[in-house]
Design a protein around this ligand. Structure first.
Ligand SMILES: Nc1ncnc2c1ncn2[C@@H]1O[C@H](COP(=O)(O)OP(=O)(O)OP(=O)(O)O)[C@@H](O)[C@H]1O
Ligand SMILES: [Mg+2]
Length: 454
């Protein structure tokens, strides 16, 4: 752990003005409780970019973690009044309110934060805030839906209905044929997942251990979910998708039980792919009061994966994440997520496939998909969708003026593509720093070769 801090420290010494690097460094300092260094790094960011809200929030966090609550409150409040949509700042205010013993206010802030950004949902905080709500019994997820309309239940997440609280078991109709391009990934999945599964005996004869999980990582919106589903379709396996937040959202006491039921469900429906989305959520700040609660869930998860609780014959565990750097190293040990696949932004063939899918149900005139493909390098699947959204809006306003259906043109789409910043770029900025300065055991080699650095 400290070696990572050390290599980041050296990297910062070499490029002291690299803001994304400073941000990572400061975050790691915070994780390692090196508050002084974290503070200095955030200050340095603000020197070159005085408006950097990430750094401002960072300083407020440092103050909070080092016990300087009142100054932290002042700074966090300044951030939310400048930008009421700043979810992370509301979240910090919530924690600060807990620190000051005001749980009602903490609940209020927490609700604001998760309403703005649902990925901030945190079952441990919810559990903690709930402690005071004596009237509410912990209901196991399979039990009846809580009979209340209070907002609190809303953000706790309702237990799933149907299938006795368990997620759906799908038999995906999509296969690799429905995934455009991405030939290298398909080949990797065949080698790492499909062939071993189809040639169990052969693999065992060579002493290859089966089981364990495969981790897909890469920028958001680039096909991790799609390719996982298609993998299930390809081998005619059941597909069970579980958001980690779904597990953590439940009343914490039963998180472990839920997790076990998910694995059991997969075992009953073997061959099955058990897909864990956003696995990085399991690695949420472990340094604060939630540590023990999350730890228990993580340990349970690892034990289920290892097969030490039940046999994992015929079940395949896939995990997906946009933030692999948040994932605990414990997850990557043999028998766990020991095979890693990088899912890059869609290549030209994939972009063409994605664009054709979006074009299908639109009034389009002479659609030159190739022209659009050329102009959308670095775009994610989600970005491509956004192009259609923007262009459609424009065509619609024209249509309303003219009072008739006006077809969408390639030109509209090209125009729209200019206003969208490809979202994968920001991801690569972070990933590059991790790859260069915290490339644990070559984890990020594929990112480096994608960037042409190696
Ligand atoms: N190669 C591809 N062929 C066809 N469609 C694709 C391809 N890649 C991505 N898409 C489409 O782009 C969209 C985003 O893909 P998907 O949801 O699988 O991304 P993701 O990596 O799981 O994103 P996130 O990290 O946000 O969960 C989907 O609508 C998907 O169908
Ligand atoms: Mg996804």
């Amino acid at each position: 752990m400290t070696s990572r801090l050390q290599s980041l420290r050296e990297a910062v010494a070499v490029s002291p003005q690299n803001i994304p690097l400073l941000l990572i460094f400061a975050q790691v300092c915070l994780d390692e409780l090196a508050f002084g260094e974290a503070r200095a790094a955030f200050d340095r960011i603000l020197q070159s970019d005085p408006a950097h809200v990430g750094a401002k929030l960072g300083i407020a966090r440092v103050l909070y973690l080092s016990g300087n609550t009142s100054e932290a409150v002042v700074r966090a409040e300044a951030l939310t009044s400048a930008d009421p949509g700043f979810a992370e700042a509301w979240m910090l205010l919530s924690r600060l309110a807990v620190a000051e013993g005001d749980r009602t206010l903490a609940t209020h802030y927490y609700q604001k934060a998760v309403k703005l950004n649902s990925s901030l949902i945190d079952s441990a905080i919810e559990l903690d805030l709930q402690i005071d709500q004596v009237a509410k019994p912990a209901v196991p997820p399979s039990g009846p839906a809580p009979d209340t309309d209070s907002e609190t239940w809303e953000f706790l997440g309702q237990p799933e209905k149907g299938n006795e609280g368990l997620p759906d078991v799908l038999k995906p109709e999509v296969s690799f044929a429905n995934v455009g391009g991405m030939e290298r990934i398909k080949e990797e999945i065949r080698m790492k997942i499909i062939y071993p599964l189809q040639n169990r005996a052969l693999f065992q004869a060579y002493g290859k251990k089966l089981g364990g999980g495969v981790l897909l990582y890469g920028p958001p919106g680039c096909g991790k979910t799609l390719i996982s589903k298609a993998t299930a379709g390809e081998i005619k396996a059941s597909f069970i998708s579980i958001g980690i937040h779904q597990i953590l959202d439940m009343y914490l006491g039963s998180s472990e039980k839920n997790l076990h039921r998910y694995f059991q469900l997969a075992r009953e429906n073997a061959p099955a792919i058990l897909f864990f989305d956003e696995v990085d959520a399991l690695a949420a700040d472990r340094k604060d009061f939630r540590e023990s609660a999350i730890r228990t869930v993580i340990n349970q998860f690892l034990a289920e994966m290892d097969g030490s609780i039940g046999s994992n014959q015929g079940i395949l565990i896939l995990g997906a994440t946009n933030a692999p750097w948040h994932l605990d190293a414990a997850f990557r040990r043999p028998g766990r997520f020991d095979r890693i696949i990088f899912v890059p932004p869609p290549d030209e063939t994939a972009r063409e496939a994605i664009l054709e899918i979006h074009a299908r149900d639109k009034p389009l005139q002479r659609f030159d998909v190739k022209a659009l493909v050329k102009r959308t390098k670095e775009f994610s699947g989600a970005d491509l969708q956004a192009i259609f959204d923007i262009a459609t809006e424009r065509a619609l306003s024209r249509a309303m003026k003219e009072g008739r259906v006006v077809p969408l043109t390639t030109e509209d789409l090209l125009q729209a593509s200019k206003v969208i910043k490809p979202s994968t770029r920001a991801w690569f900025e972070s990933a590059k720093n991790y790859a260069l300065y915290a490339n644990q055991g070559g984890f990020y080699d594929d990112v480096l070769s994608f960037l042409g650095i190696r």
